[in-house]
Design a protein around this ligand. Structure first.
Ligand code: SF4
Ligand code: SF4
Length: 184
């Protein structure tokens, strides 16, 4: 039956805060991410396969670390330019999408989208660990866990059975199930 509100499960949500001002474009994060996700692990590195990309414009001193997010089939219609502390950032500078209008976050051979998985299985994301300039900062917060969909379905089934049992009595329900089994 449903649990009391006080014993709801929680889970730890990990996020990475980016301090753009501290990034110097060294690309160590791209290297380690692509190496970690190569097959076998650490057998090669190629920034084009990284799930974090540095949007770099050295002549304008612009370095923006961006994490691969959701895949989208269509380009977005609206594009924006940003001016922050006197620096002008281009339209897609902060966008995380793997989308048709650019090469970032696509596996170079297959074109399949690349999304950050927070280095599943590692205690700390490797890009955070390898950033010597503290431009990437791991943050953790506790959140109420979203109910397991399978558990929710079972709960619905139980509620349905309970209402049938109330209406027809448990014996009749058991008889009906037994008849259904015989048909199989
Ligand atoms: S490792 Fe850190 S400083 Fe180097 S490019 Fe990545 S985010 Fe920037
Ligand atoms: S957290 Fe892991 S998967 Fe995500 S960008 Fe950093 S190194 Fe790559």
């Amino acid at each position: 039956m449903t649990g009391d509100k006080t014993d709801k499960k929680t889970k730890i949500i990990k996020t990475i805060r980016i301090d753009v001002d501290k990034c110097n474009g060294c690309r160590a994060c791209e290297m380690i991410c692509s190496a970690f996700h190569s097959t076998p692990k650490y057998s090669s590195n190629n920034p084009a396969r990284s799930r974090i990309r540095i949007i770099r414009e050295p002549l304008r001193d612009l370095y923006v670390p961006v994490y691969g997010g959701e895949y989208t089939v269509a380009e977005c219609a609206g594009r924006d330019k940003y001016t922050i502390d006197g620096k002008e950032y281009d339209e897609c500078s902060f966008c995380r999408a793997s989308c048709p209008s650019r090469d970032e976050f696509k596996e170079p051979d297959s074109g399949l989208p690349l999304k950050c998985d927070m280095c599943e299985g590692e205690e700390e994301p490797l890009c955070v660990k390898w950033c010597m300039h503290d431009a990437l900062i791991l943050e953790e917060r506790e959140e109420e866990a979203v109910e397991d969909p399978e558990e929710a379905e079972l709960e619905d089934l139980e509620i349905g059975l309970e209402s049938l049992a109330d209406k027809f009595g448990m014996d009749k329900i058991m008889d009906a199930v037994a008849r259904m089994n015989q048909k199989d």
